[in-house]
Structures are given as structure tokens and as C-alpha cells.
Design a protein around this ligand. Structure first.
Ligand SMILES: [Zn+2]
Length: 699
């Protein structure tokens, strides 16, 4: 995933009116650092530097906006679009550094600053998009054919994007409608917060309490002690199985006691009462918001500025994938039922699926993760895998800069150059898990490439890999190897960006294709020619045996039917909740869910959606509303691009040449041009869904 730092158009401030300008003397955030590539001066930075820098940045941002709003000069790109897109440089700098640090070193003091500044930033963002004076400036430039004709293609694209953003956020509404919209937005956000809090409470409340040790059969020592700890924390005797967000719980493959499996599965899938009704209310309010903005439903509004553009495009993708996925589910179900029958289980139930799926996986598609482990040492995977692949494919060279101070003592800093020696920027990896670090893996930037400003990218990858004991090497799992390549794919998007303006740089692409370049980069992880360099035994230095890798590749297809179907069921649910015409209220959300899955051909007694309505935080807490389809959408581009790479390489073109063509056509343009057109330029046609179906074993 990528995380968007508080963007240029989101900054803001509210309660700072009339205060003295904060004193930024001695504050390392006050100006560019003067360090190589503009690296922030982390060595000098203290928590107390942030609040005054935010105050000053917010004030500067407001002054900047006021200047745009009140200018009487003819509207021009530099005086209208740039300030609105990029915002004040101080606010941009402090936001990027701060939000990186609060995510990776979230001390209570930093969290207190976050709580204080977040409302300022939200308020300013709202103020921008509903300010009629600002929209008048943008609209005037947008409507001026002569002025537009004088802009570069990139500038026209950015103007178009900004204008659309204003319109989609209500800039064309009359004052009364704007009030209605603001009220709707507030009510939606209030209900989303309630949904999040209630879903979190439901998750906690659904934990399964066990008192007989025999019920833990199948769990390993680590899982048992985690369950024991959880019980102690809750003041209970025995063991407590805590839940994770998705329907299928990660302990299900291990639990041998069928009754315990059933309890755990039901606790998960039947979670929530109040949240179902909240979901229905949120969907109704969103449908009313869409109607106010002139759209048939919320999904139509949501895709308007994405590459899908219209709802029909998303529905075509569903139509192309549902049938094959469900056929595969049937095939998998047959194998799993046969295996379960050998244990005397004749009535296979949803809580048995993961358990027998894992049995079939070990018995027929054996991948011995433990035997693979010594071949995956973190440092080698990065240096001789991820970075080396970027060298072979894209001509980038990486040099460790241990003399530079990163955002955390564990963070590693590399300087990046092109093969001809030209400086590119910095890449920083912060790999180990820490108490104060948020979970998961993501990419973010501290600076982006802009020819106009002469800035270079400083790109971060943050992961949560277990830290080894002192003096021991850090091993990574296969999944973590893929994640390292994935997150570095986002990094490449930023590093190889070649645009004039910062706001077009790197991952500033429509939301439903952000994951495309990162998914493509996963293609190198286990590829012959790459993997032999990094997957070497920690003691003997021998490369990982080829037949082990072959087993990993073929085992990857087992279970894809189920994985695709449970994902699709969630994506379709998210989608259908947002296809309701303006003002529609669903009275019985559970019946609605069942009906929609049935209609979509995704109803199956053994497969539930990855998230059901009552705990679908992606969709009802904001972020992914009518957007959960994006993962598969981006994967269509990814699989079709990988097929393109394969065709080019099979035709005998050198990998470096093919990589360069992909980099120039797709990665370099960032958000400066229409990605669909760029893709057509590269491929000679629109993307096709077949390579995705093949990859997932769905044909
Ligand atoms: Zn990603």
C-alpha cells in the first residue's frame, strides 16, 4: 500500500487567528535542510519543533490561499493551479516529516501533536474546496481556451484534475446546497467514526474463551502463549482466542477441535448488531450526497475521477471474474471435502474449509517454509534481490550512506543514481517492527521529484519484520519477500518519476491504479536470473534448490479459487451498497447482503465475503467506499503488463531495454497524463483481463 502524506490541498488551520507568528529560529523544519538531496535534519529534530512549524505552515497556507482568492490578475497556471496543488512549502515539509514519524515512532507526545493538528488540516481542506472565490479562479482558467492552449500537456492535465476535484466536492452547488452537502459530510463522518469504534468493540467482544487445554489441540507454542496472554490481559482463566478483522480467522487452519472451529468461525462471521444498521444509514447518506452532486448513485460519483470512470467498467470486471472464481471454488471444494471425509467429516462446513485446505496444501502442494527459511536473509533479499533487480531492469545503482541520519536509528539510507552516474535521490528502508510503529507495510515520501522546483525524491519503505536477537541474521518469510518487492515497486514509481511539477509526481495517480506499479514489481521476486542472487543459504551460500522454488510457484495456485471468491464477494458487497439510487434506505441489511451476493452469483454455503457488511471497515469507515474493487482492477493492469514483459523478453529484447520502455511509458509519467492512454501507447491496445485469470488459475 501507499500512504498519502497530508497533501498539499489538505493543509489548514483554524484556531490560529490573530496569534503571533511562531518563532522558528533554530527549528530544523523552518527551511530546506541543506543536507544531501534535501534530507530532513533528523539528527536535530525534536518533538517540540512540530507544533510551531505546523502553526507557521498553516498561517502561510492560509495567506497563500487568500492571495489566490483575491488576486485580480488574469488567472494563470503558476498563480492558480500550482499554489492550490502544492500548497505552502513549509506546511508540505512539516506534514511529510511529521506523518512519517508519527506512524513509525508514535510516542504519546507525537500523538498529542497529531490530535491537535489533524482538525486544522481537515478544516483547511474543506475550506479550499467550498470557497467560491478559489473555484472561480480555477474555473476561469479552465474555461479560457487561449490560456489553456498555451499550457504544456502536463499542466493541462493538472488543471483538468484540479477542476474536476472542485466540482466533485461540490464547488458548483449553490450556497444552500453547499450547506446541505456540508451537513451530509459531517453526518457521514460522524457515523463512520461510530462504525469504526463499534466494529472495533465487536471484534474484541467476539474473542473465544477456552478453559480446557485439550481444546487448543493443533496450536503451536507461540499461538498457545498468545492465547494465554490474552486471557490474562482480560482477567480470565484459561485461554482467549482473539480475532482478526477478516471473516476467516488465522487460527482456523490449526484448530483440530471441530467445535472450537465452529465457535471461532461463528464469532467472526456473526459479529455486530448495531454496525449493520449504521452501514445502512451511511450508505443512504452517501447516496443522497451523490444525488446532490448530480450522480445516479455513490459508486458513479466515486469512480468519476478514477480510471474506471463509469460503474459499468467495474461491473464488467466482476462479470469476467465471478464465474471462473466460483468454478474454481467448486473444484477446490471437491478436493477439500474428500480430504475431510477421510477424517469422518461428511458435512463440510465453512469453519472446516481453512483447516482441510491447509491439510491438502501440506499433503499435495508441500512447501516447507521452515526448509526455505535459511535462504531468505533480509539484508541479502534487499541488496542482492530488490535493489539488484532495480539495477538490472531500470538501471538504478544504490550506495549505502551510513553517514546520513535517517528518521530512526534502524532506518537504512541509500543514495540512488542512474547507470550514467546522474543523481536520482534517496531510498530509505525501515524494516523492523517496533512497539511504537504502526502495523503493516507501506511506502511514503519525504520529497518528490519536480523539474520545476529542482527537487529530488526521498522515498521510504516501512515494514514490520521481526527483529532478530543481537548478532543473528534477520530471516524473512516468502510473504515478506513479496512485500519487500511490492513496496519497492511503489518506491520505483517515485524514484523514476520524470515530471515538471511536484503534484504530478510518482504515486499521484488515480486511486484505483496506485497498486499497479507495485504489483508489477512482485514479478521479479522469484524469477530465475534474480532469485539465485539473493536466495542463498545463510551458512553454505548455496542457492535455493530449483525444485523448492518450483513447488512454491505451483502451490501458489492452490486456494486461489477461494481467495478470489471471498475477495470478490466483499468487493461486490462494497459496490452494491453504493449502487443504491439517491435516498434509498435498506431496511434489512442482512437480507440485502444475501440478496446481492445471490444476484451476483457469489452465494456459496462454504464461502463468506472476506468482510461482511457489519465489519466492513474498508467501506463503512471511509477509505475504500465503492473502491474495494481497486485491488483486482489494478491487478488487471499488473498481470497484463507482466504478460507484456514476458512477450518482450521472449522475443529476445534485453531486460534493461524492456524495463526502460515500461519506466518511460508508465512509471515516469506519474499523474501528469492519462494512464489509460499511456497504457494503450505501451501495449498497442487496452489492457485485457485474460492474463489475470491465467495467473490466478481461473481458466
Ligand atoms: Zn501497495
Amino acid at each position: 500500500m501507499t500512504s498519502a502524506p497530508a497533501g498539499p490541498s489538505s493543509p489548514s488551520g483554524t484556531d490560529e487567528h490573530g496569534q503571533e507568528a511562531p518563532d522558528l529560529r533554530g527549528n530544523p523544519l523552518a527551511g530546506p535542510s541543506g543536507l544531501p538531496h534535501g534530507l530532513p535534519d533528523f539528527a536535530a529534530l525534536r518533538t517540540e519543533h512540530f507544533l510551531p512549524a505546523f502553526r507557521a505552515g498553516v498561517a502561510a497556507q492560509k495567506a497563500l490561499l487568500e492571495e489566490v482568492a483575491t488576486s485580480t490578475a488574469p488567472p494563470a497556471f503558476a498563480s492558480v493551479v500550482l499554489p492550490l496543488e502544492d500548497g505552502d512549502p513549509l506546511l508540505r515539509r512539516v506534514s511529510r516529516v511529521f506523518f512519517h514519524l508519527v506512524a513509525t515512532d508514535g510516542t504519546p507526545e507525537m500523538q498529542a501533536v497529531e490530535a491537535e493538528v489533524t482538525p486544522w488540516l481537515t478544516a483547511l481542506s474543506d475550506a479550499v474546496f467550498l470557497d467560491p472565490r478559489l473555484f472561480a479562479r480555477v474555473d476561469a482558467l479552465h474555461g479560457d481556451e487561449t490560456a489553456r492552449a498555451a499550457l504544456s500537456a502536463e499542466e493541462r492535465h493538472l488543471l483538468e484534475r484540479l477542476h474536476q476535484r472542485f466540482v466533485l466536492r461540490g464547488a458548483r452547488l449553490d450556497p444552500e446546497q453547499k450547506e446541505t452537502l456540508a451537513a451530509l459530510n459531517q453526518e457521514i463522518s460522524r457515523l463512520e467514526t461510530r462504525f469504526t469504534q463499534q466494529a472495533r468493540a465487536d471484534l474484541k467482544g467476539a474473542s473465544v474463551h477456552l478453559t480446557d487445554e485439550a481444546q487448543l489441540a493443533g496450536l503451536d507454542a507461540g499461538q498457545r502463549s498468545a492465547a494465554r496472554e490474552a486471557a490474562i490481559d482480560a482477567g480470565l482463566e484459561g485461554w482467549l482466542l482473539t480475532l482478526v478483522l477478516p471473516t476467516v480467522q488465522r487460527l482456523l487452519p490449526s484448530l483440530e477441535d471441530r467445535a472450537v472451529r465452529e465457535r471461532l468461525y461463528r464469532a467472526s462471521a456473526e459479529r455486530g448488531t448495531e454496525t449493520w444498521d449504521l452501514a445502512s444509514q451511511i450508505a443512504e447518506l452517501r447516496s443522497r450526497k451523490a444525488a446532490l452532486l448530480g450522480f445516479a448513485d455513490f459508486a458513479s460519483l466515486a469512480v468519476a475521477d478514477r480510471t474506471a470512470a463509469v460503474p459499468e467498467a467495474v461491473e464488467e470486471l466482476f462479470a469476467a471474474t465471478v464465474g471462473p472464481a466460483m468454478r474454481n471454488v467448486e473444484g477446490e471444494a471437491t478436493g477439500i471435502a474428500a480430504r475431510a471425509a477421510r477424517d469422518g467429516v461428511e458435512d463440510l462446513a465453512p469453519w472446516d474449509w481453512a483447516f482441510y485446505e491447509a491439510r491438502v496444501r501440506t499433503e499435495e502442494h508441500a512447501v516447507d517454509e521452515a526448509a526455505l527459511q535459511p535462504y531468505f536473509v533480509l539484508e541479502r533479499v534487499i541488496e542482492d534481490g530488490v535493489l539488484r533487480a532495480a539495477g538490472e531492469v531500470y538501471g538504478l545503482a544504490f550506495t549505502r550512506r551510513d553517514d546520513l541520519t535517517g528518521p530512526h536509528p534502524q532506518a537504512l539510507v541509500w543514495e540512488v543514481r542512474r547507470e550514467d552516474g546522474e543523481e536520482v535521490g534517496l531510498f530509505i528502508g525501515d524494516y523492523f517492527t517496533r512497539d511504537a510503529k504502526r502495523g503493516g507495510a507501506w511506502m511514503n515520501v519525504l520529497s518528490v521529484r519536480s523539474r520545476a522546483e529542482g527537487t529530488r525524491p526521498i522515498v521510504m519503505n516501512t515494514l514490520n519484520i521481526s527483529r532478530p536477537a543481537a548478532g543473528e541474521p534477520a530471516f524473512v518469510t516468502l510473504d515478506e519477500v513479496r512485500t519487500l518487492f511490492h513496496e519497492f515497486g511503489h518506491a520505483l514509481h517515485a524514484l523514476l518519476s520524470d515530471v515538471e511539477h511536484a503534484s504530478a509526481s510518482g504515486t499521484a495517480v488515480p486511486r484505483d491504479v496506485v497498486e499497479f506499479p507495485s504489483q508489477v514489481n512482485e514479478m521479479w521476486a522469484l524469477r530465475p536470473g534474480i532469485v539465485e542472487h539473493y536466495a542463498r543459504h545463510v551458512v553454505t551460500g548455496e542457492p535455493v534448490p530449483a525444485e523448492q522454488l518450483e513447488r512454491v510457484r505451483s502451490a501458489a495456485l492452490w486456494g486461489e479459487g477461494f481467495a478470489t471468491a471471498e475477495y470478490l464477494a466483499a468487493a461486490v458487497l462494497d459496490w452494491r451498497w453504493h449502487r443504491l439510487p439517491g435516498g434509498t434506505r435498506v431496511e434489512d441489511p442482512r437480507a440485502f447482503e444475501a440478496e446481492q451476493l445471490e444476484q451476483a452469483g457469489l452465494s456459496h454455503p462454504l464461502v463468506a465475503p472476506r468482510y461482511r457488511t457489519g465489519y466492513f471497515q474498508h467501506t463503512f469507515s471511509g477509505g475504500y467506499a465503492a473502491g474495494y474493487y481497486s485491488y483486482l482492477w489494478a491487478e488487471v493492469f499488473d498481470a497484463d503488463s507482466v504478460a507484456w514483459f514476458e512477450e518482450q523478453l521472449a522475443a529476445g529484447r534485453p531486460v534493461r531495454e524492456v524495463g526502460e520502455e515500461f519506466a518511460r511509458a508508465i512509471l515516469a509519467i506519474g499523474g501528469s497524463a492519462d494512464l489509460l492512454a499511456a497504457y494503450r501507447g505501451l501495449r498497442g491496445r487496452d489492457r485485457e483481463v485474460m492474463p489475470l485469470l491465467e495467473r490466478r488459475g481461473l481458466v
